[in-house]
Design a protein. Structure first.
Length: 270
């Protein structure tokens, strides 16, 4: 009996894919500019870390060749790399020798309003909280249901992003961004050892801060740390840095550390 999709026979190449069945895989969303994949080394390193933790085989050299070739054809836009454990029989047990499946999907460059980066944004207080799972913390695995639920909480264009807390009420990240605070000139970002996604731009920003002589710290942050910060901003490899101007009853101005890092990142992402 052949399986069906939307009332029609299903492509045999997808009917047993564990990424589709269980979210058993990882993904990377790579900005492409002038035929070049931006921050590719960092994207591939994060994927390799995820594959090691999930025990999925990974050939980085092959992936790099494929992504670069795909980006050259795409020219401008976003290349989404889906990397699954491949096919499996019914049941959760992974195959002893998985044959991974690699998908590259193209989409246009996101058209975010320039005002988000210049003037800053308002941050929505999401009720959906991130589950604690240290084994998956930091990884960009294929199960993003928490983010889907959180993003469905608001429709108003007054908010460009939402803040997600963990089960203990600590700020972790935006729905599709990483979170940074500036307190007395010192850069701070939440530890991601229990939940959250370790964004590639987050790692780059920590490196750039060190090069610029800006002290930085990765640690568990309380909501009071956020509310008492001098500057707050979000980052993502697609849009760079967005200053945060408002969250709940708290308000901030766009500060000098945010602007300095924004300038450094923009030079790299252009």
């Amino acid at each position: 009996m052949q399986d069906w999709l939307n009332g029609q026979p299903l492509d045999p190449g997808l009917q047993r894919d564990r990424g589709l069945a269980y979210g058993d895989g990882l993904f990377e969303t790579i900005a492409v500019r002038r035929g070049q994949p931006r921050l590719l080394d960092r994207h591939l390193q994060r994927l390799a870390t995820g594959c090691q933790r999930l025990r999925i085989p990974c050939d980085l050299a092959q992936l790099e060749v494929e992504v670069r070739a795909y980006a050259a054809l795409l020219g401008e836009g976003v290349a989404k790399l889906l990397y699954t454990r491949g096919d499996g029989l019914r049941g959760y047990a992974p195959p002893a020798e998985p044959e991974v499946r690699r998908l590259l999907l193209a989409s246009p460059t996101p058209a975010y309003p320039p005002a988000h980066a210049i003037e800053g944004i308002a941050l929505y207080p999401c009720a959906t909280r991130l589950a604690t799972q240290p084994l998956l913390a930091g990884l960009k695995h294929m199960n993003r249901l928490e983010q889907v639920l959180a993003r469905g909480e608001w429709t108003s264009t007054d908010y460009a992003e939402g803040l997600m807390l963990d089960q203990d009420g600590r700020p972790i990240e935006g729905v599709f961004s990483n979170l940074f605070l500036v307190c007395a000139g010192r850069l701070q970002t939440p530890a991601l050892d229990r939940c959250g996604v370790a964004g590639v731009l987050r790692g780059l920003l920590l490196d750039l801060a060190a090069q610029a002589g800006i002290q930085s710290e990765v640690r568990p942050l309380a909501l009071d740390d956020l509310l008492g910060a001098d500057e707050v901003f979000l980052c993502n490899s697609q849009y760079g840095i967005w200053p945060v101007r408002r969250y709940a009853a708290a308000n901030w101005s766009v500060g000098p550390v945010t602007r300095k890092l924004q300038g450094s990142i923009n030079e790299i992402l252009e």
